[in-house]
Design a protein around this ligand. Structure first.
Ligand code: NAD
Length: 353
């Protein structure tokens, strides 16, 4: 074994995890010396946001149930105006990555503290990263201003997450941990978290398909998702995340499903260059990690190919051009023939090579 040499950066966050932890929200608002919470949600989760408002009682300034996918700048600006009009002094976001994204976007503009109650496995709540969309382009930035101060993981809030989204959101989370294992700036702390997280999610997701409201399986999945979020927030991502970003943006593909389809293929592409990461993955996923991730996608009922998500089959060459147009670091050098094969397989829905 080589002598260790690494840099480890951690992000401050107060994390509360368990069942019924939403009951701690009023105390957490008080801890931040806040009195006027603006509650954020999507339209679909407005009922849950209203239930949260009932819990907070006089500490609520208002509800903004307008979070949408991809955090459009217009929505961020509107919500920021609302926060200012209401004199909000804390943001409380209940939802998945889209709602967390809106809280971060308001925090970027106002410096308000954030309390996030995640209801999917996306992991955004653990990162200082914000992706916002304007003029059809999603731009990502990283700033300590957008890192949430408090995250309340309440397993009960995830019991009703539809099975399909549970599976794809869980594999989206696994993707953060997989890429953390071969990140250029990886370190032993993050590697340990990544392996723990992948094992937890790979065990939990099939159990959730069999029994969607099983509290133990839900707890294991949310725990894994938290750790995956830490991985995403701590080290750089590579081919898989860049490709999903490009494919999702160019062909308007859904976020978690795209990650689920691409991950086995991206891992197979990188496998020859990452023997240590593959050996670690074998311990939690079995002898062929890429095939195991492909099989996990089928077990959770996710579409196998990007074509089924709306990618045109004649879009493969455009996708390859786009993937090569903006070079970035990846353990396996990016080359046209291999990338074309990867994207064509991901589009068709065949197994990884
Ligand atoms: P999402 O937040 O868009 O949620 C999808 C849908 O599911 C929404 O309609 C939502 O209301 C609903 N939903 C969420 N939780 C539910 C529950 N428990 N029960 C019933 N319905 C529920 O989806 P997502 O996959 O969580 O987030 C995707 C977005 O997050 C993308 O825009 C992605 O770029 C972003 N993201 C950002 C980061 C980051 O670090 N910045 C990390 C991961 C994801």
């Amino acid at each position: 074994m080589k002598a260790r040499h690494f840099t480890y950066v951690s992000h401050p966050a107060r994390v509360i995890f368990g069942s019924g932890t939403v009951g701690q929200l009023p105390d957490e608002v008080d801890r931040l010396n806040a009195q006027r919470a603006l509650i954020l949600s999507t339209a679909a989760q407005q009922g849950d946001a209203e239930a949260l408002a009932d819990r907070l009682g006089p500490r609520v300034a208002g509800i903004f149930p307008g979070a949408v996918m991809h955090t459009p700048v217009e929505v961020s600006v509107l919500a920021t105006e609302r926060a200012r009009e209401l004199g909000a002094d804390v943001l409380v976001a209940l939802g998945g990555g889209s709602t967390t994204g809106l809280a971060k976007a308001i925090a970027l503009r106002t410096d308000l503290p954030q309390i996030i109650l995640p209801t999917t496995y996306a992991g955004s709540e653990m990162t200082p990263i914000l992706g916002e969309t304007s003029d059809g382009q999603k731009r990502t930035q990283s700033s300590p201003k957008v890192l949430p101060e408090v995250v309340i993981y309440d397993v009960d809030l995830t019991l009703g997450l539809p099975v399909g989204l549970s599976g794809t959101s869980g594999i989206n989370a696994i993707a953060h941990a997989v890429e953390a294992l071969y990140a250029r700036d990886r370190n032993p702390v993050i590697e340990a978290l990544a392996i723990e997280a992948i094992g937890a999610l790979a065990r939990a997701l099939p159990r959730i398909v069999a029994a969607p409201r099983d509290p133990a399986a839900r707890s294991e999945a949310l725990y894994g998702a938290w750790l995956c979020g830490v991985c995403l927030g701590s080290v750089g991502m590579a081919l898989h995340h860049k490709l999903c970003h490009t494919l999702g943006g160019s062909f308007d593909l859904p976020h978690a499903e795209t990650h689920t389809v691409v991950l086995p293929h991206a891992l197979a592409y990188n496998a020859p260059a990452i023997p240590d990461a593959m050996a670690a993955l074998v311990r939690v996923l079995g002898p062929d990690p890429a095939a195991a991730l492909f099989a996990l996608g089928r077990k959770v009922g996710a579409p196998a190919g990007l074509a089924a998500l709306g990618m045109p089959t004649d879009g493969v060459d455009r996708a390859v051009d786009l993937a090569l147009s903006n070079p970035y670091w990846n353990p396996q050098p990016l080359e046209r023939a291999g990338l074309r094969d990867l994207i064509a397989r991901a589009c068709d829905g065949g197994p990884p090579r």
